[in-house]
Design a protein around this ligand. Structure first.
Ligand SMILES: [Zn+2]
Ligand SMILES: [Zn+2]
Length: 131
């Protein structure tokens, strides 16, 4: 009768989590390096320039907010400084949460934001790419 099972299970789980985090880092590093080679080291919002030490303040933003969508031509990437990147995301969340009030679907705000159109487009692209 031992309770050790629990702790070894916990260890296994934390290894899995660690491994997943490591893989995520590797992947992020991969596209970050590509994006940095592809684009000038300037924040796409505030225009701040980066080099050397403060280059780590420059991050890669995914235009469609899908971090798994990394086309090799870099069309989904945008270099943003940490601050503008943060801003961009809080704006996106606000839009997602408040931009389309429920029960008021007929109201036309004149915006062009059509998440499902984008999705359909993306699906089309992935399907074509698999041939
Ligand atoms: Zn910026
Ligand atoms: Zn982002």
């Amino acid at each position: 009768m031992s309770t050790d099972n629990k702790s070894s299970l916990g260890e296994g789980l934390s290894n899995v989590v660690k491994e997943a985090k490591r893989l995520k880092k590797v992947r992020e590093k991969g596209y970050r390096e590509k994006a940095l080679k592809m684009y000038p080291w300037v924040c796409g919002r505030c225009g701040r320039e980066f080099s050397g030490k403060n280059l780590r303040m420059l991050t890669v933003h995914h235009r469609d907010h899908n971090h798994d969508h990394n086309p090799p031509d870099g069309s989904n990437w945008e270099l943003l400084c940490l601050y503008c990147h943060d801003n961009e995301h809080s704006r996106y969340i606000e839009e997602a949460e408040y931009g389309n009030p429920t029960g008021n679907e007929s109201q036309d705000t004149g915006g062009t934001h059509q998440p499902f159109a984008d999705l359909a487009e993306m699906l089309k692209k992935t399907q074509n790419g698999k041939n």
